[in-house]
Ligand binder design. Structure first.
Ligand code: PRT
Ligand code: ZN
Length: 285
């Protein structure tokens, strides 16, 4: 066994590409992995284990892998004894109760006495218990959305992302049971490889930070500087530069990505022109 950090990633599924993309943004050179179970990163002391997502919590819990990337829904369902180190901002979805369009489900209490099909019986059971509800759970291994039309369940409890699958099966979402996104989990064993792990986490955090921020550049009339500074939700004090035209200034600032369109109109009204919004590759604060 080498001393490399072992990271478990989903072999083939919704989290695979995004997980590898994140690692590549962290500077990792990962060769073509398609049919391999283990790949060693060329320029970082880490082996990537490709597994089914359902197996990742247990492999990490048992120390076969030191860390893993998996959805919170799977961690909860598997009741694994692992630590969540970082939310990764992708694989976002929610587990929702959904029912046939031609039926009514007005209050959560209407769930009482119903039959609910799901692939997440543990999460659903805890949700029902927490809300003092009594319903029968049918566990299916897939294609939960067809259970009501087959007549084997009144409702379903399934993962929803865009809502297209529900719509195609004439189902309506009603109550949210659980929110999920991809997270990095670790086992207690990972401690012995703390240095590598801290290096990886530092890189991941700086990439995530950079993704949630943008670099804003614009020219403004000199006399609107105070107003512009008030409008910009800058992480730090904005940079103000003189231009050849003495009536103008250039203002640069790092802003949270999701605020740009909220302030765009105000910036224009305050006289800003030549507005540029650029992605940030990496950010170390
Ligand atoms: O083979 P393996 O066991 O590894 O993969 P899997 O088929 O069990 O999982 P996979 O690849 O489908 O999903 C991996 C993880 O991605 C899940 O555990 C969630 O954390 C996350 N995720 C995010 C989703 C979705 N979005 C999602 N939309 N997982 C599943 N879905 C399915 C859902 O089950 C339903 O069938 O997509 C359908 C609904 O999508 P919309 O967009 O039509 O609403
Ligand atoms: Zn799975």
């Amino acid at each position: 066994m080498n001393g490399n950090l072992k990271l478990a990633v989903q072999k083939k599924g919704r989290l695979t590409e995004k997980s590898l993309e994140l690692l590549r943004h962290c500077g990792m050179e990962i060769e073509n992995y398609s049919e391999r179970l283990v790949v060693t990163v060329r320029n970082f002391p880490m082996d990537i284990l490709f597994l089914r997502d359902d197996d990742i919590p247990e492999y990490v819990q048992d120390g076969v892998a030191d860390i893993g990337i998996v959805g919170e829904n799977v961690i909860y369902e598997k009741q694994s004894k692992t630590d969540t180190m970082e939310k990764l901002g992708f694989g976002k979805c929610s587990l929702q109760l959904a029912y046939p369009e031609n039926k009514e489900l007005k209050t959560l209490g209407d769930v009482n006495g119903k039959i609910i099909a799901t692939t997440y019986p543990k999460i659903l059971k805890d949700f029902l218990n927490k809300n003092n509800l009594d319903a029968k759970i049918i566990e299916l291994s897939g294609s939960v959305e067809i259970a009501p039309s087959l007549g084997i369940a009144d409702l379903i409890c399934d993962i929803v992302s865009t809502g297209n699958t529900l719509m195609m099966n004439k189902l309506k979402k009603s109550f949210k049971v659980f929110d999920s996104e991809a997270v990095m989990i670790s086992s207690s064993n990972a401690n012995s490889k703390n240095e590598i792990l801290n290096d990886l986490l530092g890189r991941i955090r700086s990439v995530l930070k950079a993704r949630s921020s943008k670099y804003l550049m614009m020219n403004i009339p000199k006399n609107s500087l105070d107003e512009i500074i008030r409008i910009i939700p800058s992480l730090k004090s904005p940079t103000v530069l003189h231009l050849a035209d003495e009536h103008l200034l250039a203002v640069h600032a790092v802003i949270p990505s999701d605020t740009f369109w909220q302030i765009f109109g105000e910036l224009k009204s305050a006289g800003a022109s030549g507005i540029l919004l650029l992605p940030i590759e990496n950010m170390i604060l």
